[in-house]
Design a protein around this ligand. Sequence first.
Ligand SMILES: Cc1cc2nc3c(=O)[nH]c(=O)nc-3n(C[C@H](O)[C@H](O)[C@H](O)COP(=O)(O)OP(=O)(O)OC[C@H]3O[C@@H](n4cnc5c(N)ncnc54)[C@H](O)[C@@H]3O)c2cc1C
Length: 244
Amino acid sequence: MPRPLYPATLIAKHQLSQNTVQLNFSIEAGFDYQPGQFVQLHFSFQGQDYKRSYSIANSPESFRNSQQIEIAISFVKGGVASALFSEAEPRLELSIGGPFGVLTAPEQYDGRIILAGTGTGVAPYRAMIPALEKLAAKGTRILIMMGVRHRADMIYEQDFRNLAASFEAIEYRACYSREKSLTPSANEYPGYLQNQFPQLNLSPEKDLVYLCGNPAMIDDASGELKELGFGARQVKREKYVFSS
Ligand SMILES: Cc1cc2nc3c(=O)[nH]c(=O)nc-3n(C[C@H](O)[C@H](O)[C@H](O)COP(=O)(O)OP(=O)(O)OC[C@H]3O[C@@H](n4cnc5c(N)ncnc54)[C@H](O)[C@@H]3O)c2cc1C
């Protein structure tokens, strides 16, 4: 059965990094989601109808307070949604379909959980923060790894650093593929985030790895994990593929 579409209004827009903005949409009552899920935005642009998928970047707890979902969008050259949302002003109206996706957090987990995301691929992990706090309080070890080219491309970093500072069971790593000077004491690492996997002492039977964002990263990381002995059940993926 097709999911209903919810009327939504753009309430606020703010810059997260050079190329990424956060859009806040208010949605009418009846919508709810699990942390880690995504929505489809349905909109018209220059007389044509389009839909594009975006991870929800705020937690369901925050949504229930504000009736707003937050979305982080990175603009691509020549992109339709990119053109619309780079110019969009508050009060823009569109429709939201969903929620969709199974990149959701378990309520409890005995092994270690690795949450790896590139660019806006960290958005679903931000939506999971209250769920991660509950897991960490029960003793689950969690590693959050963000991968971008440069430090200036990072989004939501302070949220993850604060989380890691508050729970001994939570670690945070920032991976930069093109940043020259790094601070190891601030958990900054050179190279792609998937290069970290062999050094993490992972258990392919017990640990659960989440991969979200750039499709090339997910393919590389999946190959790396397969070599380490991970089966498909221990790896959850959300590829940010382009719509055709
Ligand atoms: C499940 C899912 C969740 C997603 N979540 C997010 C999210 O939270 N944040 C987010 O920003 N995006 C997310 N995406 C990607 C998003 O749906 C759009 O594909 C993206 O915003 C580009 O849309 P557009 O209309 O601007 O470009 P389009 O009009 O679709 O593309 C125009 C051209 O730009 C090129 N292009 C498109 N995207 C990229 C890219 N990423 N890198 C390089 N070239 C590109 C392609 O060659 C394409 O032909 C997600 C995708 C999926 C499938």
